[in-house]
Design a protein around this ligand. Structure first.
Ligand SMILES: [Zn+2]
Length: 76
């Protein structure tokens, strides 16, 4: 299961409380203390290519799209 799909699954099971209970018992992801999966991109939710510098908490792709609006300037 991917890191972003766990909450989507909960939305689908909202109207089926018994199945939701069973899902949470058997399939809920482990709560982690450290490692790659505790850092998520604020915009897209991926765990890959994270930039934590300056408190950005964005992945490299979202940073590239939003860098100008955040006030970063590209020098050649
Ligand atoms: Zn992202």
């Amino acid at each position: 299961m991917t890191t972003s799909s766990h909450t989507k699954m909960l939305n689908q099971l909202k109207n089926k409380p018994t199945i939701l209970k069973k899902f949470l018992k058997h399939n809920a992801p482990k709560l982690r203390q450290h490692g790659r999966n505790i850092k998520h991109c604020k915009l897209c939710g991926t765990t890959r290519g994270m930039i934590s510098k300056y408190g950005l908490d964005l992945c490299r792709r979202c940073f590239r799209l939003n860098a100008k609006s955040l006030g970063f300037k590209k020098y050649h």
